[in-house]
Design a protein around this ligand. Structure first.
Ligand SMILES: O=P(O)(O)O[C@H]1O[C@H](CO)[C@@H](O)[C@H]1O
Ligand SMILES: O=c1cc[nH]c(=O)[nH]1
Length: 242
């Protein structure tokens, strides 16, 4: 019997080489609805772990909670279980006005404005997604006619600083597409551990819209955002089973 990991409470025997991660535990269930034979494996703290089949391939699903530290714990324990490819199906707030609610942002790379990854490696090290996995996300969106935007995102550690407007203006001016909290840490640590990591994010906050209102609408399953999330899930499944 292989050893259970202390936070995600699963072992290598339970976990496939391909995993979808997301922040919110309930999103794991919504992703599992796209799989056959869905099975709950563990539910501990912010980590809900399920598995299921997609086109004959076993896919593991794991929530990571909010922020880099808990996401990096999940990545490390999934790595110990033999995971080789990871797609984050997340949400983000737009930093550019042309990105509509529910549209997808495919992160090619991320600004490391979070503290977690800096515990591992100097801030000069880049957070870059896996080229093939990222390209497979793009290809799915092109083939399926899914509205999407590709580029750099910014991962941060705080939602409600007094400085948010200035920070958003600054990164908007640098052409960054959107903000989330985990992509940079997952891409950085994935690269250090030899795991392919990519991220597809549903836009849930318009540029310069109130962030609280946007996230609340997402939680209330606003139609455009729910459809965006379903498209992100399909893109992730297609990329992992390409
Ligand atoms: O929707 P998830 O995957 O949780 O991602 C985004 O949403 C949370 C904030 O509301 C942060 O975790 C951020 O990265
Ligand atoms: O604006 C937003 C929306 C979701 N997640 C973030 O990190 N920022």
């Amino acid at each position: 019997m292989s050893e259970k990991q202390p936070h995600i409470l699963v072992s290598a025997a339970d976990v496939s080489e391909r995993v979808i991660v997301c922040g919110e535990p309930n999103r794991v269930n919504r992703i599992a609805a796209h799989l056959s034979e869905p099975q709950l494996l563990a539910d501990n703290r912010e980590y809900r772990v399920m598995k299921g089949q997609y086109n004959g391939v076993t896919i593991t699903l794991c929530s990571t909670g909010i922020g880099a530290p808990s996401a990096m714990i999940a990545l490390e324990e999934l790595h110990q279980c033999g995971v080789r490819q990871m797609v984050r199906v997340g949400s983000a707030g737009a930093l550019q006005p042309e990105i509509e609610l529910g549209e997808l942002v495919i992160a090619e790379a991320a600004v490391r404005d979070e503290g977690g990854s800096k515990a591992y490696v100097d801030a000069a090290y880049p957070a870059v997604g896996d080229r093939e996995l990222t390209q497979a996300l793009v290809q799915y969106c092109r083939d399926a006619g899914v509205p999407h935007h590709c580029g750099v995102v910014r991962s941060h550690d705080s939602f409600y600083t007094d400085d948010e407007a200035r920070l958003c203006d600054y990164w908007h001016g640098k052409g960054v597409l959107g903000a989330d909290m985990e992509t940079a840490a997952l891409m950085t640590l994935g690269r250090l551990r030899g795991m392919a990591v990519a991220a597809v994010l549903t836009n849930v906050v318009r540029y310069q819209q109130d962030v609280k209102a946007g996230v609340a609408d997402y939680v209330a399953a606003d139609e455009a955002m729910a459809e965006g999330e379903a498209r992100a899930i399909r893109a992730a499944l297609a990329a992992l089973t390409r």
